[in-house]
Design a protein around this ligand. Sequence first.
Ligand code: FE2
Length: 139
Amino acid sequence: MAQLELIEKLNNALSWELRAINMYAHYSAYVQGIQRLHLAKHFTAEVTESIGHANIVRSAIVKLGGEATTERNNMPIIHTTDYIEMLKQSYDTEIKASKVYGEILETLKSHDDDELYDAVESIYFAELRSVEEVRMLLN
Ligand SMILES: [Fe+2]
């Protein structure tokens, strides 16, 4: 039962990563003006990071004997060409992701799997760094 709950939570995290991949790829394509010079690269780097996180989470689900989701989280991805709006959407996404991983870490405290705990913790810290990075970009 605890195993099923953990798989469900990891699938939720995976769905958020799949959404992040789409959102950041979209913003990288649409960001305009002088901001495009650096933000297109920034958003592309976020795509790469999200793919990496998704791979780690997916592998964990496989290891636990679960079925990894192929569906992204259904929270709408807001289309915009306004880079400030893109950054606000990024901020919301990173906050949400760090919350999701924080909750998984709590669940993992009652599982005897140091390797998985370490893997999720490193993603959690990466999400926290992203929150701070986007917060600074929005200042
Ligand atoms: Fe992530």
